[in-house]
Design a protein around this ligand. Structure first.
Ligand code: KIV
Length: 271
């Protein structure tokens, strides 16, 4: 990061001001340099190096297998593609939940080795001490409540969360706790729209929804979903802005045909 950079970087303070002014915050995931450049040029306010990299980049069914080293590798690549957006990095499963010292060390590694401005963690009361330890080190933390994919084995499915009153009450209380601990923002994933609206109204820090309706203070999407890169994954909450799966497969098969027919390379493409 150059201290002489002309472009004004998005910070946690920008997030705070956007909540106050009512300007919605736009976030996309990215896991590599090229995608990060495109997302940044498109004007997203923040780029999340999500542990969804385990699914989109490595083909795992859950986010559980990805390691801290692998997250750091993705985040380093993304950092090099960003000029304006804030860089937020997920702490992966097993690197922060039950041990505040481990949480602090994991977050410090991310900050030192990647150039990120913040980390994201999943959970509420259960991870209170870890969140505190990270924030005490001066590292901004984004919370994540509702459908928290690192707990998929506890939930048993990717269905809507906090439909029942008891779970909704716990989510409201966890959101209040995360704000009290000093989190700068909270992701709310796959919860009823009315609950997303209530939590967003009650908190003074911005909420970022994914499948939580349009009354949250911002939205986040996995870039592969927005671009239509995976034809078999169509979550209801993800709007597909492109059908890149079809376009890429069609471009590749055209290339294969051109190679076989010796149409490629032609005279202009040769020396
Ligand atoms: O890992 C991820 O991509 C996420 C977003 C879906 C919020 O946590």
């Amino acid at each position: 990061m150059s201290i002489h950079s002309e472009i004004k970087k998005v910070t946690t303070e920008t997030f705070r001001k956007m909540k106050v002014s009512g300007e919605k915050i736009s976030i996309l995931t990215a896991y590599d340099y090229s995608m990060a450049r495109l997302a940044d040029e498109g004007g997203v306010d923040a780029i999340l190096v999500g542990d969804s990299a385990a699914n989109t980049m490595a083909g795992y069914e859950t986010t559980l297998p990805i390691t801290l080293d692998q997250m750091i590798y993705h985040a380093q690549s993304v950092y090099r593609g960003i000029q304006r957006a804030m860089l937020i990095v997920d702490l992966p499963f097993g690197t922060y939940q039950s041990d505040p010292i481990q949480a602090y060390r994991s977050a410090v590694r991310v900050m030192k080795e990647t150039g990120a401005s913040a980390v994201k963690v999943e959970g509420g009361l259960e991870i209170k001490d870890s969140v505190k330890a990270i924030i005490n080190a001066g590292i901004p933390v984004m919370g994540h409540l509702g459908l928290t994919p690192q707990s998929i084995n506890k939930f048993g499915s990717f269905k809507l969360r906090a439909k029942e009153e008891a779970e909704a009450e716990k989510l409201i209380s966890d959101a209040g706790l995360l704000e009290e601990l000093g989190c700068f923002s909270i992701v709310l994933e796959k919860i009823p729209e009315t609950l997303g609206e209530q939590v967003s109204r009650e908190l003074s820090i911005p909420t970022i929804g994914i499948g939580a309706g349009n009354q949250t203070d911002g939205q986040v999407l996995v870039i592969h979903d927005l671009l239509g890169l995976n034809k078999d994954f169509k979550p209801k909450f993800a709007r597909k802005y492109l059908n890149l799966h079809e376009q890429i497969v069609s471009a590749v098969s055209q290339y294969v045909a051109d190679v076989k027919s010796q149409d490629f390379p032609n005279k202009e493409e040769s020396f």
